[in-house]
Ligand binder design. Structure first.
Ligand SMILES: [Zn+2]
Length: 464
């Protein structure tokens, strides 16, 4: 097996920062040694750079059929963009179609990804129709397919939403086999009634999307999901939390010693709702659910990270081109929900988080790499730098400043959520399972290099 050495690295894990030489043999990290005269077939000098574990984006939607169209990145373009940004594994969502089986949904997503993905990938299973048939399928998904997390939508009525009774049934079944239930927490009925009221009043602009999904829509559903999980003694993972009100429901749950895991996304940490006031339908770029919140919510989320209430930072990458967003030019409720971000997460979190002193280097690694790996059963192969782990590594140059733009990004989307943002630090080289996947902005792997990652069950004892 050929060997590769990364020399003079400043290795960063969720707990430690230290200088070392790394020896990679095949796909794995073979040894971590003091800097010295390590010999290998090939050598990369990482002097002056950090070496992080490959990022894990626990929330992406590639090739997703949604609101009459498809998200504009497929598994090839989306995972290549992820690699460019230092994300080596993603967990995407396989959707059940209401009236059909979970297995059919999972098969459809395997077909989308197989032979196309350039980065490694896994699937959460979205349960949109929990019935005696789907109940029967849960065990097989956990034990045979390596799908150990299940997502429910409390919003998108008539399409994805399930009612509380179904959610209770799902939590009970999933618990039996060691899976984890995750929830999109927005009160679908409340959002729907506000959407209809705005449409009837002739309010058509993108900002009415945000005004139809105010903080209470999310806070109420978050609290309800948490209470339902509590009543059954279940752990719960809340996806894309955006606001102070929802975070306070988590605080309440912790006071009664409940386990609630929280994910937020980069956009909710960095953007505020003034994006919806931009002229000429530009606000449509940030139409997503939940919507971008207020400045006070950004602060609440950063504080939540600081206090250990928020465990994971993901992207909810679900891009649509401007021509697709046009579907809602005269009606905000028809704007496809979602935005690009898969490529920008690591660099933005470093620049806005670490450089600005909001999080430490180690916390940066924990939020973006280690915590998602541990929570979702990918550890210790993924999410850390350790002997025997996959050699998924990001050589990151903190000295380089650059500007984010749709002109230079690799996502198949004709706008950037962060157009013109100056970012300190840049992904220089990315390794996926010991192979150099990206070097200085050039992709050296392509379509089909990514591998499906069956995941381990949720232990319940995994503390982050
Ligand atoms: Zn999502």
């Amino acid at each position: 097996m050929s060997t590769l050495a990364i020399k003079n690295a400043t290795v960063v894990t969720a707990t430690d920062t230290f200088k070392a030489d790394l020896l990679i043999e095949g796909e794995k990290i073979q040894s971590i040694a003091e800097c010295g005269d390590l010999k290998a077939d090939k050598t990369i000098d990482a002097d002056g750079c950090y070496v992080f574990p490959g990022g894990i984006d626990a929330h992406t939607h590639l090739d997703l059929p949604f609101m009459g169209t498809f998200s504009s990145d497929d598994f090839e373009t989306g995972t290549l963009a992820a690699l460019h940004g230092g994300t080596t594994s993603i967990i995407d969502f396989a959707f059940q179609t209401q009236g059909k089986s979970l297995q059919e949904g999972l098969r459809a997503w395997h077909e989308k990804a197989r032979g196309r993905a350039a980065a490694d990938y896994a699937f959460h299973m979205v349960v949109t129709d929990f019935n005696p048939g789907s109940r029967e399928e849960i065990r097989g998904l956990v034990e045979k397919e390596g799908v150990t997390s299940f997502k429910t939508f409390m919003a998108y009525k008539g399409a994805l939403m399930i009612d509380d009774r179904q959610m209770i049934g799902l939590m009970n079944e999933v618990k039996k086999w060691g899976g984890l239930v995750t929830v999109h927490a927005e009160n679908g009925d409340l959002a729907d009634s506000l959407i209809q009221a705005n449409r009837q009043a002739g309010n058509t602009a993108p900002r009415f999307h945000a005004l139809s999904r105010p903080e209470i829509v999310e806070a109420e559903a978050t609290g309800r999901a948490i209470d339902i999980a509590y009543s059954g003694g279940h752990p719960l993972y809340v996806v894309h939390m955006t606001c102070e009100g929802a975070l306070n429901r988590v605080r309440d749950a912790l006071r009664r010693n409940q386990k609630v895991l929280v994910e937020t996304c980069v956009q909710y940490l960095l953007l505020d709702d003034s994006v919806y006031d931009r002229p000429d339908f530009e606000g449509a770029k940030w139409v997503m659910s939940p919507p971008i919140r207020k400045k006070k919510d950004q602060e609440a989320l950063w504080n939540g990270i600081d206090q250990g209430l928020v465990h994971v930072v993901a992207t909810d990458h679900c891009p649509f081109c401007l021509s697709q967003k046009e579907a809602g030019r005269n009606d905000f409720s028809k704007i496809p929900n979602g935005a690009p971000g898969i490529e920008n997460r690591m660099e933005l979190m470093y620049s806005e988080g670490v450089v600005k002193g909001r999080i430490s280097l180690n916390r940066f690694v924990e939020l973006n790499c280690t915590a998602p790996a541990k929570i979702f059963g990918l550890s210790p192969d993924k999410g850390t730098i350790a002997v025997g782990s996959d050699a998924d590594l990001v050589i990151f140059d903190p000295r380089v400043e650059h500007t984010l733009s749709a002109k230079t990004h690799h996502m198949r989307c004709d706008y950037s959520s962060y157009e013109g943002w100056k970012v300190q630090g840049r992904v220089r080289t990315v390794l996926l399972r010991g192979t150099v996947a990206i070097d200085q902005g050039r992709a050296l792997v392509g379509k089909g290099f990514g591998r499906y990652l069956p995941r381990k069950p949720f232990s319940g004892a995994e503390t982050i």
